[in-house]
Design a protein around this ligand. Structure first.
Ligand SMILES: [Zn+2]
Length: 120
């Protein structure tokens, strides 16, 4: 059965052990996990300072170098994934073609969080 409106609410912690390392995942979970961490890496790389975090609707939409069909096997959608910070700690992503979308929480401070405090 194919769900029409797919929203994947992912908590990065559910893929990790207490030390923040990747759990032994099933092939299917691994595929999803790779997809999610790629989004986290891309979004957290964008330079912003938390002090001047702009309103949510002004957050830039980021082109993640990721095809929609990489989030699971046997998908044929060739859409590209766009993502942005929905709130400061939740990343929202969606496909630019189909209705696939989701959120990622608890990614901050993970191995894939590329957001480094700016040192001046
Ligand atoms: Zn798609």
């Amino acid at each position: 059965m194919i769900e029409k409106c797919m929203t994947l609410k992912a908590d990065l912690r559910s893929f990790l052990d207490d030390e923040g390392n990747e759990l032994a995942l099933t092939e299917q979970a691994k595929t999803v996990f790779k997809f999610l961490t790629k989004i986290v890496t891309s979004v957290s790389q964008v330079n912003y300072s938390e002090q001047s975090f702009s309103p949510i609707n002004e957050q830039p939409l980021i082109d993640v170098d990721l095809k929609c069909n990489t989030r699971a096997d046997r998908l044929s959608c060739t859409g590209n994934i766009k993502a942005k910070n929905f709130t400061i700690d939740i990343i929202e992503w969606h496909c630019n073609i189909c209705e696939a979308a989701g959120t990622i929480s608890h990614w901050q401070g993970s191995l894939w969080d590329k957001h480094k405090p700016t040192l001046h």
